[in-house]
Design a protein around this ligand. Structure first.
Ligand code: NAD
Length: 355
């Protein structure tokens, strides 16, 4: 195994969890969140270039396993991701993922990578990028409800991309809040631990909900949301799994990634199928308005879309040119004569010493 980027015919670079941690630390987490926000925004601006489909989901009683493919005609990417809210009880993550970037011309993979960390980074970068277009001017305070695996990434993305400097944290499990406070200490944010969601939203111009529960939950009720706030709703991302009371949705201007997917999975599954929503890419491309008044409630009904993973995959693959945090995987058969796959196996047998 070497860590030179392979040619198109041979080995496939593999970014392990350890390599991803090294990459994040080498780039700097806030720098990487800003870079990812920019990469995701750039791809949203060329939205029409992408093949788009709602993700392919396999639901079970405990959770969901999803495949998220897309292509811009030159590169192809997909992510395998799960969502199992009960997993933390057995010491497992709620969300884990890995993904592949491939070359459309040959169909050959260009990279295989862990995406558990990369999903947290890209989700936070997407949230902050969307908020930059939708949040009230001069917003400084965010409520962070749900202080699990995604939460610190969300807080740092809103600091780095949107200029937030105060976070009011709440989780039904106080140990999660303590963990987030510990991890975020010294990172340039004023941190306030709250004992209720009501307390956390007091005075916040941005409310992020990032909880995990496989049900129609009510993390925010209508009376908790004042005029002018921006809601970044992350945890409602599956049929039967939402976070906001329906009345909030009826008072909000709703922005979504890909309506065909969000109507199945997002907060708006609670609304009529023709309830008006704005596609985020249209705001970014200047074709639709984002925030238009100080009193408007804007809601980013985030479920996570394949182009965000594609942007993140391409960003990481690009970084490997300068930062060789990967190993080369012997993933693809490469016989001397492309049609002699069988002969390759036979030659291997003759090279294997008898037991
Ligand atoms: P996690 O299990 O690590 O954390 C969830 C936290 O929510 C836990 O600490 C839990 O105690 C807390 N919680 C549960 N119910 C609560 C309530 N009523 N009030 C306050 N806190 C509550 O999960 P995670 O990896 O941080 O993911 C959070 C959510 O984000 C999940 O639902 C996941 O599916 C979703 N997610 C969405 C995207 C996206 O792109 N939109 C991407 C990744 C994850």
């Amino acid at each position: 195994m070497t860590n030179h980027l392979p040619g198109p015919f041979s080995l496939v670079p593999f970014v392990s969890v350890d390599d991803m941690m090294k990459l994040v630390l080498d780039i700097g987490i806030e720098r990487m969140l800003c870079d990812l926000a920019e990469a995701i925004e750039t791809d949203f601006m060329r939205w029409e270039a992408f093949d788009k489909t709602p993700r392919v989901a396999a639901h079970s009683e405990k959770g969901v396993i999803e495949l998220m493919p897309t292509s811009d005609g030159q590169a192809y990417g997909f992510k395998y991701v799960n969502g199992h809210p009960g997993n933390t009880r057995s010491g497992r993550q709620t969300v884990t993922a890995f993904g592949v970037l491939a070359d459309v011309e040959t169909g050959y993979p260009l990279m295989l990578t862990e995406m558990t960390l990369l999903t947290a980074l890209r989700t936070a970068a997407t949230s902050a990028m969307a908020a930059r277009h939708l949040m009230p001017r001069g917003a400084r305070t965010m409520a962070m409800i749900g202080n699990g695996a995604q939460s610190e990434f969300q807080c740092l993305a809103f600091k780095a991309v949107c200029g937030i400097d105060r976070v009011q944290l709440f989780d039904t499990d106080p140990r999660a809040t303590e963990k987030a406070m510990r991890n975020l200490a010294g990172k340039g944010l004023e941190l306030i631990a709250c004992t209720s969601a009501e307390e956390a939203v007091q005075g916040a111009e941005i409310i992020t909900t990032c909880t995990a529960d496989k049900q129609f939950a009510t993390i925010l009720t209508d009376n908790m949301v004042g005029s002018g706030v921006h809601i970044n709703a992350i945890g409602g991302d599956c049929p039967g799994k939402t976070e906001l009371h329906r009345d909030i949705l009826l008072r909000s201007d709703i922005f979504v990634e890909f309506p065909e997917q969000t109507r199945i999975e997002g907060e708006i599954q609670q609304l009529d199928p023709d309830h008006p929503v704005t596609e985020l890419w249209q705001v970014i491309a200047g074709r639709a308005a984002g925030r238009t008044s100080d009193r408007q409630i804007t809601l980013f009904d985030s479920v996570g879309f394949a182009t965000e993973d594609f942007s993140a995959l391409r960003y990481v693959r690009g970084q490997l040119e300068k930062r060789p945090f990967f190993t080369n995987l012997d993933l693809l058969a490469d016989p001397d004569d492309p049609r002699d796959l069988f002969g390759m196996v036979m030659r291997r047998q003759s090279q294997t010493p008898a037991a």
